[in-house]
Every structure is written in C-alpha cells, then in structure tokens.
Design a protein around this ligand. Sequence first.
Ligand code: HEM
Ligand SMILES: *[C@@H]1O[C@H](CO)[C@@H](O)[C@H](O)[C@H]1NC(C)=O
Ligand SMILES: *[C@@H]1O[C@H](CO)[C@@H](O)[C@H](O)[C@H]1NC(C)=O
Ligand SMILES: *[C@@H]1O[C@H](CO)[C@@H](O)[C@H](O)[C@H]1NC(C)=O
Ligand SMILES: *[C@@H]1O[C@H](CO)[C@@H](O)[C@H](O)[C@H]1NC(C)=O
Ligand SMILES: *[C@@H]1O[C@H](CO)[C@@H](O)[C@H](O)[C@H]1NC(C)=O
Ligand SMILES: *[C@@H]1O[C@H](CO)[C@@H](O)[C@H](O)[C@H]1NC(C)=O
Length: 401
Amino acid sequence: MAKLMKRKTKTLIVIFVISVILSLKFPSEIEEEERAKREKLEKEEKTFSVFLQRDSATSTPGGVISLADELHGLEYDFYRQNCPQAESIVRSTMARIYMQQNDISFGLLRLLFHDCFIKGCDASVFLDDSNGNKNHSIERQAAPNKTLRGINEIDMIKEELDNACPGVVSCADTLALATRDAVVLAGGPFYPVFTGRRDSTQSYFDEAMDEIPKPNDNITRTLFLFSRRGFDERETVNLLGAHNVGKISCDFIRNRLTNFSGTGQPDASVDHDFLNELRLACQDSNSTNHDGTVASMKSRETRNSSSAMIFQGLSASILSGARFDNHYYQNLLGGRGLLFADQQLMADENTARIVAVYASDDGTTFRRDFSRSMVKMSNLGVLTGTLGQVRNKCSFPTSQS
Ligand code: HEM
Ligand SMILES: *[C@@H]1O[C@H](CO)[C@@H](O)[C@H](O)[C@H]1NC(C)=O
Ligand SMILES: *[C@@H]1O[C@H](CO)[C@@H](O)[C@H](O)[C@H]1NC(C)=O
Ligand SMILES: *[C@@H]1O[C@H](CO)[C@@H](O)[C@H](O)[C@H]1NC(C)=O
Ligand SMILES: *[C@@H]1O[C@H](CO)[C@@H](O)[C@H](O)[C@H]1NC(C)=O
Ligand SMILES: *[C@@H]1O[C@H](CO)[C@@H](O)[C@H](O)[C@H]1NC(C)=O
Ligand SMILES: *[C@@H]1O[C@H](CO)[C@@H](O)[C@H](O)[C@H]1NC(C)=O
C-alpha cells in the first residue's frame, strides 16, 4: 500500500567537517608497549573520526551527529583491563583464517548485517536456543534461505579468545571486530570499532523473517526497512555498496531472467546484454545445492572487464566483484545490478542521484561513507553493562544459574 513517493529534491553534496577530534585519555600506568600500540590505533581512529562527524544535507535535521550519540554505551578498548590482548588475538586469528579463505570477509560482512539488523548487534544470529525443539525456528535459518557464512570462523576466534581470557569477550564483540579486520584485509576501508557489546539470550526468527530485506523487495520497502534502523537514504545506498564484493547465488536472480513476478517476461530493469550474460551464467544451475555448500569440483571462471563471473561447479554464482570500489554503482547506472533490490536503487529519484554521486569518482566517496555507515551498523541496538550475557559457545546461551 505504500506508494513510491516523490521526494523533495535535496542537495546531495555532503560536506565533511574536520571538527571535533576524538580525545582519548589513557591511564598513566599503562605499559609503554601497550601505550605505543594504542597511540598508533588512536592516530588511525582520529583520522577516521572525521567521518563520524558530518554535516549532511541528508542527515537528520540539526546536522552533525556526534560520535557519542552513536556509541550507545560502548567504550574505546573495553577489554583493556580484563583482556588487553583481545583485539590483537582477533586480528591475528582473522589474518590466519583469511589466508586460507579470503572470501571469508564477504561472509562476515553479510553476517554482521544480519546480526545487527535484528535486535541489534547482540550475536543473536549465532544462537540456537531451540533446545532440540524442532518447532522452534532460529534466526539464522530465516536469513533468506542461503546459509550465512562465517559462523564457524567466529567460533574459532572466540575459542582463541577464551583460551586467553575465559568468558570475557562477547560473541557480539568478536563478530564486530573480526568483521572490521576482515574488511580491512580484503582491501576495504578501516573504521573504528568500540567494544563492550554483550550477547543476547534469545534468537529472533520472526523478526528476521520480516525485517531482513529481501532480494526482490522494491525500493520503498528497502528504504522503509533501513529507516527503521535509523539509516537515511544515503546510508542505505551506501550500505548496499557492500554488494561490491562477494557472490550472489543464481537462486536469487533467476526469477528476473525469465518470468519476473509472473509477468511471463524478464525484469525490464535488466540491461539487455546483461540479461544474456546472466542467463548464460545461471543456465547450468538447475541443480544448485540448497544446503548452501559450494559444490565446486571444477570451477570455471571467466572474467570480463564489465562484470566478473564465477561458476562454481553445481552452485552457479555470480561474483559481483572482489574489491571495495564503486563498480557496484557504475553497474547500477548501466542496468547491471544483480538483485532486483540492487537495481531498484535506480527506481527512486533520490537514491538514483546518490548512486550517481558514488559512481562519479574513484570510489573515495563510497569508501569514506562506508566507514561511517559500518560504525553505525556495528553499534546498532547493542546490549551493554549488565544486559545480556557473555556466551561461551556462540551458538548456545550460557546457562544462568
Ligand atoms: C536490500 C538489502 C539487501 C538485500 C536484499 C541483500 C541480499 C543479499 C543476497 C540475496 C545475497 C546472496 C547470498 C547468497 O547467494 O548466498 C547477498 C550477499 C551479500 N550481501 Fe547482501 N543484501 C542486502 C544488504 C546488504 C548489506 C547492508 C550488506 C552489508 C553491509 C550486505 C552484504 C552482503 C555481502 C558481503 C554479500 C556476499 C556474501 C558472500 O559472498 O558470502 N548486504 N545479499
Ligand atoms: C513495494 O512493495 C510493497 C510490499 O513489499 C508493496 O506493498 C508496495 O505496493 C510496493 N510498491 C510499489 C511501488 O511497487
Ligand atoms: C510441533 O509441531 C507439530 C505440528 O505442527 C505438533 O504436532 C507438535 O506437537 C509440536 N511439538 C512441540 C514440541 O511443540
Ligand atoms: C525460502 O524461505 C521461504 C520462507 O520460509 C520458503 O517459503 C521458501 O520455500 C524458501 N526457499 C528456498 C529455496 O529454500
Ligand atoms: C509466469 O508465472 C506465472 C505466475 O507464477 C504463471 O501463471 C505463468 O504461467 C508463468 N509464465 C510462463 C511463461 O512461464
Ligand atoms: C533445467 O530445467 C529445465 C526444466 O526443468 C530443463 O528443461 C533443462 O534442461 C534443465 N537444464 C539443465 C542444465 O539441467
Ligand atoms: C569475456 O571476455 C573474454 C575475453 O577476455 C571474451 O572472449 C568473452 O566473449 C567475454 N564474455 C562476455 C560474456 O562478454
């Protein structure tokens, strides 16, 4: 019933103000080595704090959103007392995993989105609180059908953390930190992750079914779902730029290729040449695995300048790219978005203009905004203080006796 609304033309030029520099105080008793390390991080974070302050035509009235408003009780280096090596353990374990499996970054990025979007960044996406009751569905089963990737890897990192500091670091912080580190490893922009998140005691299947955006959602629905999480249009367009990387299974686009929404026709918003490329890429994939595993025996791979594709054995997937640049937006301008929801960014006057802004430079604007959007997403609805718990195994609630 929601109608596509004509939105008032707004200036999209965003002026970033180098205004408030985050000032951090450290206890004087910190050892010199720790201190040097922290100063280095601090320096990095000062650089990035610029992006946490903005005066934007598309932000909420009143202008600058302060960093403190978005911290929601999180702290800089929350584990400095109880597990000072926590962040370096995450970083080194993540680096080890990445070396064996460099597409893990994309799995984690999606996993973080699915966690944070539903009741906040509380690791609820990992939780199996069904207690053997098959009727009780859990959040991670709701994620539009394909199994989320990265859950085992977070378990591995959490195990390393618990070896060093048993029961101290939450699964939610582990995911937030590991995802940031994975994004950086994959060539994405750095962004500061403050810590102190705690884990939920519950999983939220119904909310996930309703509120995780779906690949065939129209722009009205997508903007609605993101606005409920506090993201404005620019931030929504920016976050969808995560689809610069990773792969999308043909399952999610096949309906666009032949009989879109029961029209008997392909989706008219798909560029004609691209339609043929997609059909070609997805044609052998009738027997796509539905358990989410990649059945890659022989993987055939062709790369083209306009769009890279990868066909992995039985589970044909389109690789949307491997770099954190702005080819996603350039593709949208040419009708080459993979998901209907992606291409819908061109169906609304405002979002289309934002796409054009991101497409227009060398990717700098996208990456800069992406740092900021990721901070905001990583801090959504966090549980801090005495709320929630710190789980041992991320998949199971820790019994509270
Ligand atoms: C309208 C919103 C969105 C929709 C409908 C959507 C949908 C999807 C779908 C269907 C896939 C393919 C999964 C598969 O084939 O297994 C996917 C992949 C992915 N999504 Fe999204 N997504 C949305 C927003 C986001 C956001 C906000 C992020 C992160 C900031 C994100 C990050 C990713 C990544 C990194 C992948 C690749 C995963 C991989 O290679 O394993 N998505 N998305
Ligand atoms: C968008 O999708 C919603 C349901 O998800 C629907 O109610 C609405 O009519 C759609 N809008 C347009 C313009 O198609
Ligand atoms: C599970 O669902 C089935 C069918 O809907 C029902 O017969 C059964 O009693 C349910 N079991 C529990 C434990 O709720
Ligand atoms: C995806 O989930 C929906 C809702 O549970 C279900 O109706 C549909 O059959 C599922 N599709 C696949 C491919 O598993
Ligand atoms: C397209 O889908 C609609 C509804 O699912 C169906 O009624 C129609 O027969 C299909 N058309 C073709 C050409 O497959
Ligand atoms: C895919 O399925 C269609 C209809 O079920 C069939 O005609 C076609 O031959 C199948 N393609 C492959 C590669 O199995
Ligand atoms: C992709 O590029 C190769 C050569 O690099 C070319 O032979 C092939 O036709 C191109 N494929 C498509 C679908 O454009």
